[in-house]
Design a protein around this ligand. Sequence first.
Ligand SMILES: [Zn+2]
Length: 62
Amino acid sequence: MAIKEYTVLTMIPQANGQTRALLRCPFCQNETWAYHWSLAGSGKKCQCGAKFNPSGTATKEQ
Ligand SMILES: [Zn+2]
């Protein structure tokens, strides 16, 4: 299990009260949009298999 901090490039509040965040994966550098609440729930996965956690880190099975 590898752990790296991911980068939040921007956060945009939505009209429905949710917040969308643009995240950069620290493993593959891919940029992914995620709803902030989804990070605290089931989490958001990158195309490379890394998982974004609400604490600001991403984890990936090696
Ligand atoms: Zn990735």
